[in-house]
Design a protein around this ligand. Structure first.
Ligand code: NDP
Ligand SMILES: CC[C@](O)(C(C)=O)C(=O)O
Ligand code: MG
Ligand code: MG
Length: 337
């Protein structure tokens, strides 16, 4: 492998144990980082606004909760795990006045640094510890004595020891048990955005909805279309996850494999690849970031409209009915633990 990977033996947990860490935000990533750091012997405080609905959750877990400004003032290391669109406001209002040389500002995703929305002062360590998985998996793996691989990057090395501190933090959340890969803010941000837009979230959701539409518009039962286009996708992705595309092809029938090999490239063809390249270009030249920040500032009109349209897609009603028949898969969309 050409990347540098660091494991538990390469990281000194004592570095982060010697610091006070403020975790700003207590959602998917925030709760996982805070609880695992605490269980690793780190002094952790949570920063949340007075009215935040996350406050009772953090307090129930025995964590001390302050406002973001109070937490940032107390801490040596400030990890921002609030929504990307809120981070620049939190930084300006609560963190910047409490950030001085010698402190460290950490991120779980590089968006705000990569696009210049947050500009920390000189002398501050600016680093990223980005687990490559949802926060609830990060916490579950830590509790099970394992870890989710993470990306570690340093944008600004004020102390001269920022990378070692970031690795130490990664160890505190279980990341170096699996392996911490050294990267840059630019690489993490651009690949993360591309992955979620073109493949993992955007690409996969559009593929599933379109396949469902083609079958139901041709007169097939929505229930049967749901199984074929959504439900079984997990079974196929699990095989890929375990052993790559080759493992999936080994496991499915030869009829399915021939259909995959001969028809797949017709679905995801040169036009789709060209569109993916355009999407990557918009990420690289900042167009996506400008659009998303403007959308957020305008009150998210398109986001809300597209979200409602997605929720009203016939596949959701069919899915809700069918999942009701399968107790092991019926989870409310807002359930997080
Ligand atoms: N979701 C994931 O698994 C991954 C996320 N990331 C990155 O991690 C970061 C956090 O994302 P994620 O965990 O999904 O976020 P969530 O939406 O799950 O949680 C956000 C948290 O921030 C709190 N919050 C909202 N506004 C403020 C504020 N003004 N001040 C302080 N806290 C605030 C929310 O509180 P309230 O309950 O009151 O809304 C909530 O506790 C992002 O940078 C994201 O890109 C990286 C890898 C994976
Ligand atoms: C795939 C979505 C993600 O990038 C993630 C969980 O890694 C995110 O931003 O939530
Ligand atoms: Mg991601
Ligand atoms: Mg992401």
């Amino acid at each position: 492998m050409s990347v540098e990977v660091y494991y538990d033996d390469d990281a000194d947990l004592g570095l982060i144990q010697a610091k006070k860490v403020a975790v700003i935000g207590y959602g998917s990533q925030g709760h996982a980082h805070a609880l695992s750091l605490r269980d690793s012997g780190v002094d952790v405080v949570i920063g949340l606004p007075e009215g935040s609905k996350s406050r009772p959750k953090a307090e129930e877990q025995g964590l001390r909760v302050l406002t973001p400004a109070e937490a940032a003032a107390e801490a040596d290391v400030i990890m921002i795990l609030a929504p990307d669109t809120a981070q620049r406001h939190i930084y300006a209002e609560s963190i910047a006045p409490n950030l001085s040389a010698g402190k460290a500002l950490f991120f779980g995703h590089g968006f705000n640094i990569r696009y210049g929305l947050i500009k920390p002062p000189a002398g501050v360590d600016v680093a990223m510890v980005a687990p490559k998985g949802p926060g609830h998996l990060v916490r579950r793996q830590y509790v099970d004595g394992k870890g989710v691989p993470c990306l570690v990057a340093v944008e600004q090395d004020g102390s001269g020891d920022a990378f070692a501190l970031a690795l130490s933090y990664a160890k505190g959340i279980g990341g170096t048990r699996a392996g911490a890969i050294k990267t840059t803010f630019t690489e993490e941000t651009e690949t993360d955005l591309f992955g979620e837009q073109a493949v993992l979230c955007g690409g996969a959701a559009a593929l599933v909805q379109t396949g469902f539409e083609v079958l139901t518009e041709a007169g097939y039962a929505p229930e049967v279309a749901y199984f074929e286009c959504l439900h079984e996708l997990k079974l196929i992705v699990d095989l890929m996850y375990e052993g790559g595309i080759a493992r999936m092809r080994y496991s499915v029938s030869d009829t399915a494999e021939y259909g995959d090999l001969s028809r797949g490239p017709r679905v995801i063809d040169g036009r789709v690849k060209e569109e993916m390249r355009k999407i990557l270009g918009e990420i690289q030249n900042g167009e996506f970031a400008r659009e998303w920040v403007a959308e957020d500032e305008a009150g998210r009109p398109n986001y809300n409209k597209w979200r409602s349209e997605g929720a009203a897609h016939p596949i959701e009603e069919t899915g809700a009915k069918l999942r009701g028949m399968m107790s092991w898969v019926d989870r409310p969309i807002t359930e997080t633990a």
